[in-house]
Design a binder for this molecule. Sequence first.
Ligand SMILES: Cc1ncc(COP(=O)(O)O)c(C=O)c1O
Length: 429
Amino acid sequence: MTLQTRDQRIIWHPFTQEKTAAEVISIKRAKGSYLYDENNKAYLDLISSWWVNIHGHAHPAIAQSIYEQAKTLEHVIFAGFTHEPAVNLCEGLQTILPSDLCKFFFSDNGSTAVEVALKMAYQYWRNLGFHEKTTFLSFDGGYHGDTFGAMSVGAKSGFHNQFKDLFFSVLSVPYPETWDDDDDVESKEQNAMSALERYLDDHHHKIAAIILEPLIQGASGMRICRPRFIHAVIDRVRQQNILVIFDEVMTGFGRTGTYFALDQLGITPDFLCMSKGITGGFLPLALTVTTHKIFDAFLGDDFSTAFAHGHSYTANPLACSAAVTSLRLLKSSECQDAIKTIKQTHNKGIEQLKLKCPRIEKTRTIGTIAAFDLKNSAHLMPSLKQQFFEQGMLIRPLGHTVYVLPPYCITHEQAESAYTKMIQIIHSL
Ligand SMILES: Cc1ncc(COP(=O)(O)O)c(C=O)c1O
């Protein structure tokens, strides 16, 4: 019996309609930018395996640090205990974060990092006696994960409509997505700002926090907005005493060209959520980072004002040691140069695609991410994905959007040849 058949009998895969899904591909091993299946067919991982493997696969330095840590301390309860990898990681991150972001709360996936930020924002106001601040602002198309709080603030992403009766109250602002040569961006931004003003007029005293994916919304189709729009929004909500949550689960760790998107914006949020790239794709880990102002509001003489949240695997030492090594690799000049090279290769590749494939529209790039839409092609997407696989490329279109988000170890030649293949496939559609 093949592995696929055994899998089909017993496993229920994430975000999959199991009735119509294509047969799963069984991956045997991985190295650098490539995954290899049972027959040794290579797939260039152009999406960093759900956006996590920033240094590619099986990086020996990260593997070694996990091995060394496993021999020393594999896990310990994190309430009332600490360990070196956790402290080292937070101290390491502090060197690349704005100094006000100085209190680190661990969890183990992006949804939970968001959940923690939402709960902290909500309880912050309660601890200060502002019990009416119970609602949140978010953006249409924002995706923040699959737990209930994260689904509520991502209600207008459309991913979770089955659950919408259970969501809490959220005010969702139109998102002025933009792309190369977009003539309409000003009016989209004005429209979004007007909607925001209406919400603020009617509800500002009820809003605990705003949550956004800074610079680019990932899951709803790699949708970019202009930094100046984010500045206008944050300036405005801060005048109304609304806390700011940056969900950098996807954008963090170099994805947008800087360590975090906040570096390009020059904004320090009240909460920063990070996960995905944090361990370089080796182990699950997440952080919600906040400020002294927020932390201090949870101090008290009894447990009533404390933050009642924690998970069994909080700050797992193996994951923390992987993250320490991944951060060291990210900071290296080799990796920083690679990020710049990917950006250049994307720009060249997108120019070629525009020239050779008339179906392409709304091209956009930011840092190590490139994306474009295909006109009237939604029905072709499943077969397009299949053709990418056949040609040895792991690319997973989102709706009518094709995007490339490679590991930073991808070479210029590998990326260029991927663009050449993409052009051939799309041209022949
Ligand atoms: C911006 C953003 N936030 C949160 C999440 C949820 O992260 P996880 O899948 O680790 O729960 C994702 C996942 O794609 C994401 O892109």
